[in-house]
Structure formats: C-alpha cells, structure tokens
Design a binder for this molecule. Structure first.
Ligand code: ZN
Length: 876
C-alpha cells in the first residue's frame, strides 16, 4: 500500500494546493481487466470519500445508463432526510422476469407452497439471491465506496464470465445501511481536514468525536438491531430481506486500523440452532474462496477469531437463522482516508476499497458457481423442518396481566417473519416447560401459539427459548436475550405441538368507550398506556394516580391506575381517550361513581397528582452514546418531550425549569461524570433535587450520584482490580491483598478466562420486585422479574432510602453466562432504589433499564420514575 500524498487531499483543498488535477475514475487494477460498457459512467473512487449526495447521484446515473441490468429503489428515508438506496443488479433476462423470479424464490422459502419436484425445477432454473450490505456502522465508510465499484462492475462488464454470473445471481445491494451515521462521519472528517498530518493517528480526522458516525440518528448500533427492529433503517431492511429471501448475505464493516482483514468461518460460539449448511459448510466454502482470492494478491487476513455467530441480532447471525450464508467482512480502517500504522505502512482508502471490492466480487462468483446447491440447501433445510410437523414442538405465550405486552411480542415475532397463531380453546400448562420465571398459570383461548415446524422455526426457537446453549467459549456480545424474559411475558415450551384449534394473528377489534358519569380509569401496568398518559398531560388534561390497589366490583385496579375525572376535564375527554387507547392499544374503564368496592376511592387524598414532566437528559461526552440514545429513543417513542442538555453546559443552565434529569452511563464507573461536573456541578444538582427535582441515574451515572454525595447508597465492582482500586480510593493507606498463588501461575493462554470469571457479559438475573412502591407499579412481578445485568456497578441497598427492586439471597441466574462465584457478590444488593433528598428524589438503577430498546419489562421502570418517581404520601 503506497502512500501517494497527492491522493489524500480532498478536492476543494487540492484545487488550491495541487498543480495537477486529480485523475477521475477508479484506481488502476481495482476491477478485473474485463471490458466494460463505455456508456456506463465510472464512479470516482479511492482518493477521497464520496459524499452522500454524490453517492446518490452516481447510483441514479448508473441505473439510468444500464436499465437492462439495474433497478434502483429507495429502501428508506432516514430521520435526517437521507435516502437509503437499494439496487438490484442481474442479467437483462432475469431483470425482465424479476417479479416472477422473486415469487419462485418465495416458494423455495416455504416448502408448504411447493412440492419437492417443483422445488427441484426451481433450483435448476432460478438464480440465487445474494445480498451485499455496506457500512451499517456509518464511520466504517470504505464499504459504501466499494459498493459503487461493485455496482459499476456488474452493470458495465462485458466479460462472458461476468455475464454468466449475472444469469445465475440476482445481486441485491444495500449500499449505505446507515446514511445518517455516514454523513456525520464524512462531515467530521471534512471539517478536520488540513493540508498537514493527514495520516497521523492522533489527528482529528482519525479520532472520532461524540457521537461517532458508527450510530444512526438515534445513536443505536444498527448491527445489533436485526431482531428487535427498533429503528426505521432496520425495519425497512428486514422487511425487504423477507420479501427477497436471499441465500447469501455479506455485510461489509471496518475494524481497528492496525488489523488486516476478517472473513468467515467465524469462531465459536456458533449458535446451535443455526441451520448447519449455512453456519458451517457454506461458511467454510465462501471463506476458502476468499482466502484463495486474498492469497493471490498476497494480502493478510484472518478467520476463526474475534467474531462469533451467537447473538441473533447481528447482521450475519440473523440472516443465517433465516437460511442464508450470513457473513461479516471486516477491513482495517475507520477515520480519515489515510492512517499511519505502527508498522509504518499507510492504511489508505484505496487499500480498504480494494479489499472490500475483491471480497464482494469473490462472494458473487462463489454464489454463482454454487447456485444450484445453495438453492437446494435453502429449500431442503426448511423442508426438513416442516417434515417434523408437530414433533418440532411449539412455544405458547399467555396474555397474562398485560395483554398489550404479549401482543407487542407477537407482533415483533411477525416482523421477523415468524408465524404466530391464536388459540381458540383453553389449554392446560401441565407437562409444558415454563420459560424463565413463568409460574403455573392458565393458557385461555386467545393465547398465542408459535409452531416450530414453520420455515423460520429455528429463529423462533432462538428468540423464545429461555436460554441458548453456549459452550466454553466467550462471546463478543450479551449472552441472554430470550424475548419472554425481556418482555416479562408468561411463556411455555411444548416438546410436541399441542392439539388445539387456532386462528391467524389478526388485528384486535376496537371497543367503543361508553359515556361514563364520573370519569375514566386507565388501569395500571398496560403496555402503551404511558404514551396515552404523556399525550393527555401535555394536552392539559387533569389526572391523578391511585397510590394503592383498588377494586370495582370484580375488576382490579393496581397502584398507578390513572384517574381522569369528567368534572376537572373538558368535554373532549372521552373522545380523546378513546382515540389514544385505540392507537396505543390498552384498556380504559368508565366509572359512574368515585366510590370503589375496596381500596381508596377515586378522590383519595393519598392519590398522586400527575403533571406533565419537563425532562432533561445529559448528553455529549462523557455519556455513553448508546446509553444516551436508548433513553432518548424511549422518550421519543413514548411521546415525552425532553431537552438534550450538553454536559459541559450544566453549570450555565438553570435547572429550575426541569422536573427530571437523567444521567446515563459514562463507561467510566462515574469517574468521568465526576471529573466533568466537578464540585460545582454536584452542588448544583443537589440544590435542584432538594428543591423538588428527580434525578434518574443509571449504571455509571448511579455510581456518579454516589461518588458525588447525591445518594447514600454505596457501590462496588465485580472485577478484582476495579474493586481494589475503589477500596484504595476510600483508604489511600490500604495495602494490596496478598496475591493468590494460583493466579500468579495461571498459564498465559488462559489469561482471558480471568476477565470472564469476573464479569457478567449481559445475562438475565432474578430480581425481587416490591410492586407497592411507585417505581414498581404495574410491573406485575410479585414472583420476581428478570432484569438484564451487564456486570458493574453493584449498588448496595440504600440504608436511608427504599429498595423496591433488589437481588435477594437466592439463586439469581435466570439466563446467560453468570459465573457462580459472582452471584454471592450480587445477592442482597439493589437493582433500583430511591432516596429522598429535600423535596426531591434520587433514583438509581444498577443496569440500563432501556438497554438497546430491547427490555420492555424494565422500560416501565423509566416511565414509573418519570410519572410517579417523586411520589410521597401527603400528609406524611
Ligand atoms: Zn462494523
């Protein structure tokens, strides 16, 4: 990789500084020396990054110049207004019959729609569908650059070998999976460009700012969102994936700049539910083809290391569950167009572009060569699963106490392409395996049944089972994600599908809200009710909340039930409430009297007066961008307005206008917050809480609150070195404990095990929930709930406050990797606690209650903290 300085200056600077104009087009030898059609325009690549508008202009020009081979559509329009283009490239013959080919491929995807003979005919004549995705992390920009070279090649090449490939392959290209992040990164690089130091690793071009372009607009990692589909980019992509049913997917990333290139096979753990030919044999075949291609150029690479195939939300694992060969490609890169490595080599944009282009071309060539076998394996694995019939088993979900939550889970499964049915008769749960903390209960008619002999049964199993088998190797990500646990929905696994009449998943019928003489109640603990409450309060409706459970005749209303009297509200109340309840899918009850059968009457002076919250969330360094993004996303989705307060502006901001302030994790155990906010910041926060503010602090934010004296609850850490450092901080004279001799002689190649023994890389733990506390109203977890724990911090039980969600002295592990020795350290510590400070409240959570937007159970804790967190009974 040479280092031609003139090639790393952007056009505008170069116009002023360079004598000779830049050469347009492609770096020499980037594409095979095939003949290309002159009417197809060349992209201008390898010197500087392609701005998003130029990328779009190029794909439009390409589609216009090669309409016989190229079809351009828009996959999505991002929140920042950027188009996400999608290209289909294939032979002219295939393109003319594209809809028909897509329909035939869909038949292969569902063996119930075609017999084996028909499937054989289709595999012999239909092309294979190859999905090429680029730059899902927006700062990993060379992927989208390579995408333009690949698109040009297949649109323009006249080489008979390429034409043969196009006959056998339909190429689907998601050229820029994260346009908002990509634009953010390119802008940061452009702003940091000078005529000097362009390849210095420390130069601003090569050092990301906050937030980096890795994330999308809402600061989510889109490469971990394929199952949960919390983001618009992901929803558009997965919907297209389910329409096309590709047999191969290659996702092009960049990794740290000192590395080489990564392609499959992956290392362990490989999820045991993945269909073998795609997770195993085909990964090997593609990996071998890539290795030969890279060997021919003398390039360095690695496989079977760093990257595994376990967490189902990844851009390689999810497609593999869907029956494709899902592959991650990683080139050394990120930052600006040049980077001086430790070995003295300059890592150039051109070098990154070359490798990704070659990898894409080799992927298409390998798929073309194996097209019939790929199609055959694709339909065969699904046919074998269908042949299991009832023996494949099923999962069953009960509506439980929050039917909207279960419905949300069922809808998410449907968005993953999984078929969900509703039972039409009661089922006993005897003999069924309860998932997670599910207790013996009924499965009345209207429960949900997910049969596992369906085409995507393997994915359904991986998402619904209580725990995935992992084996001895650690994984790159969290180790537990079971949807019934994350949603806190009662669920069972049946080894054989129960015989029960079913009907398809249909929209629930809306029931009109009858006029009620006194007012209306929104029962506590229903998914979607938080959106209705947020809207009503902002629109000026007057509401209170019951602070204790009540019943009206036979119907129960938990603490946190929202009370909307007619007398204090405008006549529009009923119509507005009906519209909101229908949109947000939760129940509403009319009441003709304020008198309840048991519990407080509706005018109880113990009721809590609800007010529209005025929320601020601390953003910018040192907030963990994803932790900030998850809170911001949750508030946006709930319709709760908030101010994004830059952390370094806290000192200059009047906090009096806010009712709530959220401090998320800082990735530094609270030390980074402490350093930035200083004593002045802590004093300011304390005064604000004392005047009535509610401080919500999670993970590192919670540790900060403790360090800064805003809370009495102490903290400690799982890892020995971190814990030792904490003790030393408290007592500088403390002597280090004597080292364990077994540790001192631990073999070198076993050193990574130590980190695993001292951390919890994302697992569900059982927490005890005090449902009478305002933070836990409506959590429906009298028998405990599963919370996602990602190691540190450990919060001690608050001595002077309340500890409504805590880890008891019992077995804590529900799902995932939890070293046994660590459970004892977590027992009798707090997950969520509240302390009162003056007129206000400090609410600490040891974990991230809205982690990646994937944990609806603990998400309610955030809503409770906002609506009810400051509650104290009056008079006290
Ligand atoms: Zn990446």
């Amino acid at each position: 990789m040479g280092h031609p300085m003139r090639r790393i200056l952007p056009a505008t600077l170069c116009a002023a500084l360079c004598a000779a104009p830049l050469a347009a087009g492609l770096p020499p030898g980037l594409l095979p020396a095939a003949d290309h059609r002159p009417e197809v325009p060349l992209p201008d690549l390898g010197v500087r990054y392609t701005p998003q508008h130029a990328l779009l202009a190029y794909v439009r020009a390409l589609a216009a110049a090669a309409p016989d081979r190229v079809r351009l559509t828009t996959l999505n329009l991002t929140e920042e207004g950027h188009e996400q283009p999608f290209l289909v490239i294939t032979s002219p013959g295939n393109l003319k019959r594209l809809d028909e080919l897509q329909a035939l491929n869909a038949k292969l995807a569902d063996p119930r729609s075609c017999g084996e003979d028909e499937a054989r005919r289709i595999t012999e004549t239909n092309p294979v569908f190859v999905w090429l995705g680029y730059s899902v992390h927006g700062s990993e920009v060379s992927g989208s650059e390579a995408a333009l070279a690949v698109a040009y090649h297949f649109a323009a090449a006249r080489d008979p070998e390429v034409l043969k490939q196009l006959d056998r392959v339909v190429i689907l290209m998601d050229l820029t999976q994260n346009p908002d992040g990509r634009v953010r990164h390119l802008q940061a690089v452009a702003e940091a460009t000078t005529p000097f130091n362009a390849n210095d690793p420390q130069d601003a071009q090569n050092a990301a700012r906050w937030p980096s372009g890795r994330f999308n607009h809402r600061l989510f990692d889109l490469n971990r969102d394929w199952v949960w589909q919390t983001q618009g980019e992901t929803r558009a992509k997965t919907a297209a994936f389910l329409r096309w049913n590709p047999q191969v997917l290659a996702d092009h990333h960049e990794m740290w700049p000192e590395a080489s290139y990564y392609f499959p096979p992956t290392m362990q753990p490989i999820h045991q539910g993945l269909p073998e030919p795609f997770a195993g044999r085909w990964q090997g075949a593609f990996g071998q083809a890539l290795a030969r291609t890279f060997d021919a150029r003398g390039w360095a690479y690695f496989s079977r290391d760093v990257f595994d195939l376990f967490y189902p939300g990844y851009g390689d694992t999810w497609p593999t569950f869907q029956g494709a060969v899902g592959m991650t490609f990683e080139v050394a890169g990120q930052g600006g167009p040049a980077y001086k490595r430790q070995d003295g080599d300059i890592l150039t944009l051109e070098g990154r572009l070359r490798r990704h282009t070659v990898a894409s071309l080799a992927t298409v060539a390998t798929a073309a060569a194996g097209h019939r076998a790929l199609l055959w394996d694709f339909q065969r694995t699904r046919r074998e699963r269908a042949a299991l019939g009832d023996r494949a088993g099923a999962f069953l979900l009960a509506e439980g106490e929050d039917p909207g939550r279960t419905r949300a889970l069922a809808d998410l499964l449907a968005r993953n392409g999984i078929e969900v049915l509703r039972t039409r008769a009661d089922l006993p749960t005897t003999g069924l395996e309860a998932i997670g903390l599910t207790k013996a209960a009924a499965l009345p008619a209207g429960s949900y049944l997910v049969p596992l002999d369906q085409p995507r049964g393997a994915l359904a199993q991986a998402l619904l089972e209580g725990e995935a088998h992992m084996g001895p190797k650690p994984t790159y990500d969290i180790t537990a994600w079971s949807l019934p646990l994350a949603f806190h929905v009662p669920a069972w696994h049946a080894k054989a599908r129960p015989r029960v009449a079913t009907s398809p998943l249909a929209a629930d019928a809306e029931s009109p809200l009858a006029e009620a003489a006194w007012g209306y109640l929104i029962p506590a603990g229903h998914e979607g009710a938080e959106r209705t409450l947020a809207a009503l309060l902002q629109e000026g409706f007057k509401a209170t909340a019951l602070a204790e459970p009540a019943t009206l005749k036979e119907r129960q209303f938990g603490a946190g039930t929202v009370v909307l009297p007619n007398r204090t509200n405008p006549p529009a109340l009923r119509a507005r409430l009906q519209a909101l309840a229908a949109a947000n899918r939760h129940p509403v009850a009319g009441v003709d009297s304020a008198q309840m059968t048991t519990g407080p009457d509706l005018g109880s002076n113990r009721s809590l007066i609800l007010r529209a919250p005025r929320i601020a969330v601390l953003m910018d360094r040192p907030a963990n961008p994803m932790a900030f993004g998850a809170v911001a996303h949750t508030l946006i989705e709930s319709g709760l307005p908030f101010v994004q307060l830059r952390a370094d502006r806290l000192g200059a901001t009047s906090l009096a206008r806010f009712t709530h302030l959220v401090v998320v994790d800082d990735g530094a155990q609270g030390k980074a917050w402490q350093q930035l906010l200083g004593e002045g910041g802590a004093a300011k926060l304390k005064a604000w809480v004392q005047e009535g503010g509610s401080l919500l602090a999670f993970q590192g934010g919670a540790v900060y609150a403790s360090r800064a004296g805003l809370a009495q609850a102490g903290f400690h850490f799982l890892a020995k070195t971190a814990e030792e450092a904490r003790l030393k901080e408290k007592d500088p004279k403390r002597e280090a404990p004597k080292a364990d001799p077994a540790e001192l002689v631990r073999p070198w190649d076993k050193r990574e095990e130590r980190a695993l023994e001292e951390s919890i890389p994302g697992a569900f733990l059982k927490a005890q929930v005090d449902g009478s506390h305002p933070l836990a109203w409506g959590l429906h977890a009298e028998a405990g709930g599963a919370v996602l724990d990602t190691s540190d911090p450990i919060l001690e039980l608050s001595p002077g406050g309340e500890n409504p969600i805590h880890y008891a002295k019992e077995d804590l592990k529900v799902s995932g990797l939890v070293p046994k020795a660590l459970e004892a350290k977590l027992q009798q510590t707090a997950y969520a606690l509240r302390e009162r400070l003056g007129q206000g409240a400090v609410i600490l959570v040891a974990g991230d209650p809205v982690f990646r937007g994937q944990t609806p159970f603990t998400r309610r804790l955030l809503h409770n903290a906002i609506f009810f967190g400051a509650y104290r009974p009056a008079p006290e």
